[in-house]
Design a protein around this ligand. Structure first.
Ligand SMILES: [Zn+2]
Length: 277
């Protein structure tokens, strides 16, 4: 009997050529000029899901790029349901500026690796799940679990429309477990499972003033916080939070108590913005 794994090995070359087709679509979500390509990638993914035997395949519009949904629920109500997440959009790729030695959207094989924009983030991973469904259906005619696919086209722009999409499609997306194949690997030959990861915090801190140089002998202690103007400081989240707390304490709290001092250093204002995912 041919097993799903046998099938995958036998069709490896065919799978690779199909992945190459997907990689050739420059679905760069950050660039409005590629809106049509992002759509094209969504259509490619939907067509492939349909071709391998997924049901309810739909390209669902959002206010931005669409979400591709599909499912295979043939394992029955008693079997667990897995929701698979992936994204078909990619980062931009400037061949010269980014130092590519081949065309970013023309896949090549180098030392056993597929080199193309999106091959490891995230087209390669999301494609594998489709091929797993194909391999099971072609050999065993079924899958031991129910599968739901949710492939978005806005991951590289922080998924602005995914939250409202999930809220609006709670029932459709209901699952026992969600598998996200969009992480890193620490070793090439050993797959890893990432869990308990945290979110990200974006923060911008703007400080206006002072308007003249301040002598360290007179102001150094008070203004020991170094805020680099216009430069992206390479500091981690914990450090950012620390800096923000220190700024808030030192500037917002101390100065208003001493109007004269505040005037002297010409601190104009301080503000911040943050967004927690
Ligand atoms: Zn990704």
């Amino acid at each position: 009997m041919t097993t799903p794994l046998d099938y995958a090995h036998e069709h490896a070359e065919e799978f690779k050529q199909q992945l190459f087709d997907l990689l050739r679509i420059p679905s760069v979500s950050t660039d409005p000029a590629h809106k049509g390509d992002v759509r094209k990638a969504a259509e490619w993914v939907a067509a492939e899901l349909k071709r391998v035997g997924a049901n309810n395949v739909e390209i669902i519009p959002t206010e931005g790029h669409p979400v591709v949904y599909a499912d295979w629920l043939g394992a029955g109500a008693n079997a667990p349901t897995i929701l698979i997440y992936g994204h078909y959009d990619v980062q931009p790729a400037d061949k010269v500026a980014d130092g590519w030695t081949s065309e970013p959207f023309e896949p090549v094989e180098r030392n056993g690796e597929i080199v193309a924009r999106g091959s490891s983030d995230d087209k390669g991973q999301m494609f594998i799940h489709i091929k797993v469904l194909e391999a099971y259906l072609k050999t065993l005619g079924n899958v031991p679990v129910n599968l739901k696919f949710m492939y978005e086209g806005e991951e590289e722009i922080s998924s602005p429309h995914l939250k409202p999409f999930i809220r609006a499609n709670k029932d459709r997306l209901k699952a026992d477990v969600c598998v996200i194949s969009d992480g890193g690997r620490f070793e090439k030959t050993r797959p890893n499972i990432d869990y308990s990861v945290r979110g990200m915090t974006y923060m911008q801190l703007d400080v206006w003033g002072p308007t003249r140089d301040l002598h360290s002998g007179g102001f150094g202690g008070m203004l020991s916080i170094r805020v680099r103007g216009g430069e992206q400081a390479a500091i981690d989240t914990a450090a950012r939070v620390q800096i923000w707390k220190r700024c808030k304490n030192a500037l917002s709290r101390s100065f208003p108590r001493d109007a004269e001092y505040k005037n002297e250093i010409y601190l104009l204002r301080i503000s911040h913005s943050s967004d927690t995912l």
